[in-house]
Ligand binder design. Structure first.
Ligand code: MG
Ligand code: FE
Length: 157
């Protein structure tokens, strides 16, 4: 499970990296993605340390594998250049992360693994904050996407 979630974070790094390079007309979104990219790198490192120390609890391993398969099925959405579809995909991915960390926290609690629990709670807060940001900026991004471009710039859609 820990290993699966770590793989999911590695996948998130790849997606976030390719994304922030493509959304040049949305500077706020780029800043937020870059911030979450840094957080995601830290998350991967924290999970790595966790894996080294515990070897990873296998309590809910099959659940973890299903989640990762689901995430990979969604990754096609992330190759889209279009900001609205991209935001929807990001939002969906963050929701999967939130659900994953909630499951991991319960599993760690069940196993009496306080360190894993603490780390997952820290990461969960970051995933919730990213979701909240996307939620709060969805209307604004959609408006910007639909607006005719007044500066004569080519809209990156
Ligand atoms: Mg994450
Ligand atoms: Fe995330």
């Amino acid at each position: 499970m820990l290993r699966d979630v770590h793989a999911m974070e590695e996948q998130a790094i790849t997606m976030l990296t390719s994304k922030s390079a493509r959304l040049e007309n949305y500077p706020e979104l780029i800043a937020q993605i870059d911030k979450h990219l840094r957080e995601t790198r830290d998350q991967a490192a924290m999970l790595e340390r966790c894996l080294e120390s515990t070897g990873g609890t296998s309590t809910v391993k099959d659940v973890g594998a299903k989640m990762v398969a689901f995430g990979q099925g969604l990754s096609g959405l992330f190759v889209d250049d279009e900001v609205v579809k991209g935001s929807l995909a990001s939002y969906t991915f963050e929701q999967i992360e939130i659900a994953s960390y909630n499951i991991l926290i319960s599993a760690a609690e069940h196993a009496g693994d306080q360190e894993t629990k603490r780390i997952c709670e820290t990461i969960l807060k970051q995933e919730l904050a990213m979701t909240q940001w996307l939620d709060e900026h969805a209307a604004e991004m959609t408006r910007k996407f639909l607006e005719p471009n007044q500066q004569g710039l080519t809209a990156k859609r």
